[in-house]
Design a protein around this ligand. Sequence first.
Ligand code: HEC
Length: 155
Amino acid sequence: MPSTLQHSALTPSRSAAARLLNLLSRPILGALLLGLLAATPGQAQAPAARAKTLQELKAFYQQNCTRCHGLDGSAKTPDGKKLGGLDFTRAAQDFRNLSGPASEREIRTMIRTIQKGIFFGITMPAWKDQLSPEDSTLMVRDILLKAEAGKAIQP
Ligand code: HEC
């Protein structure tokens, strides 16, 4: 690593104390950096990292949403029923009957709900830390609004 840092460390005009400090600071900096990386939760960086693929989003649905929305999105699960979960397979049907602006409005509402959750995340958690707006858009357009009753959403 022929960086300027290394170079300056070897400059003879530096005092012994400065040289010692410089030497010491490197492993400390390294340890600090490692500590920081280890302390940063993976999900905090996820949204910025890159958009999820359709397959990844289906897996994400399977892991995080089926509890309330059901394997196929119809919310026919104990939790889904208890919460009055909305049936995506019916929404998907209704959606086909909606015209342009109405369907765009519906899509925007769904995306916003995924990002923000419902009732401070109590009724439904917010997913903005795990799903970017782009991820949420794909989730709504290509997964939820294409859900079919009895057909599990899976990769
Ligand atoms: C703890 C239960 C729970 C979990 C987990 C959950 N939801 Fe929900 N979700 C709800 C409830 C309750 C509603 C409201 C249903 C209604 O309006 O009848 C809802 C509504 C929605 C809506 C409809 C928004 C609208 O305004 O039309 C979307 C979209 C949605 N959820 C997506 C998801 C996705 C995607 C996941 C997983 C990443 C998820 N939900 C996880 C409980 C949950």
